[in-house]
Design a protein around this ligand. Structure first.
Ligand SMILES: [Zn+2]
Length: 253
């Protein structure tokens, strides 16, 4: 039976309003969760959805944004247990066991450990790679690496094993979200940052996204689809929701 694991990969201490929901929680510091998701399929594939923040942030939180304005707005808080290798090892896995990686997008908290998976195929929207290339908002040192194999997608894509991907632009051009279907626990939608947290929806607060109008359209459409599918929606960085989820090594099946 397929299994879906939520891998906790640390947190970021950030200004809730400035980063996630302008107008809601401005100036309030909170810790937001950073996660990846691991799907083990019946066919023997091991699919990672996002790869979290690079493991070097355990020792050097300023590694990515030191000296920039973002260093104050968004500070990684990461322990050794939060590294991707540690989370995989807890499941008896090594990075070389991962067959596929789906990056919802290439921000540093979603593609930070891409370098650990040279044997995997990475699935990313072509439009997103074009927008992220040479763009300092998507630090290229974590994902644009020789030896990583990118399979560029053009819109909706069925990846097999009941994994379905579709574009949810707005947070970033070519951002994508992922639907997986499990026999017991049902359908899950992994948003990436299409929806950061429940306040995006509850307060109609989309100003933290690159293109707020597009993000709003994608977010509302995602919710509509999820309702039709009876799906559980996993938000990108929602501390309250994270506390309610089964965390690896527990799993959904
Ligand atoms: Zn994010």
């Amino acid at each position: 039976m397929p299994r879906l694991y939520v891998l906790p990969l640390g947190e970021a201490c950030c200004d809730k309003g400035r980063v996630l929901t302008p107008g809601v929680g401005d100036g309030v510091r909170i810790h937001i969760p950073i996660a990846a998701y691991l799907l083990r399929t019946d066919a023997g594939r091991t699919v990672l959805i996002d790869t979290g923040i690079h493991r070097s942030h355990v020792d050097d939180p300023d590694r990515t944004w030191g000296g920039s304005e973002l260093a104050q707005l968004l500070r990684p808080v990461m322990r050794v247990e939060d590294t991707i290798d540690h989370r995989l090892a807890q499941l008896g896995l090594r990075a070389s066991d991962v067959t596929d990686v789906i990056n919802t997008h290439l921000h540093f908290d979603h593609a930070g450990n891409n370098d650990a998976f040279p044997g995997a195929t990475f699935h990313v929207q072509r439009a997103h790679v074009e927008a992220a290339t040479d763009n300092p908002s998507f630090p290229n040192q974590y994902w644009r690496l020789p030896g990583l194999r990118y399979h560029l997608l053009d819109g909706e894509t069925e990846l097999g094993d009941d994994i379905w991907i579709w574009p949810t632009p707005g947070h970033a051009p070519g951002h994508q979200s992922v639907r997986v279907r499990l026999p017991q626990d049902g359908v899950f939608v992994i948003c990436g940052d299409a929806i950061y947290d429940a306040d995006n929806l509850a307060h109609d607060a989309w100003g933290g996204h690159a293109d707020p109008a597009a993000a709003r359209a994608s977010g509302l459409d995602l919710v509509e689809r999820a309702r039709a599918w009876g799906a559980t929606v996993l938000y990108g960085h929602d501390p309250a929701q994270a506390r309610t989820l089964r965390r690896s090594p527990l799993f959904y099946s």
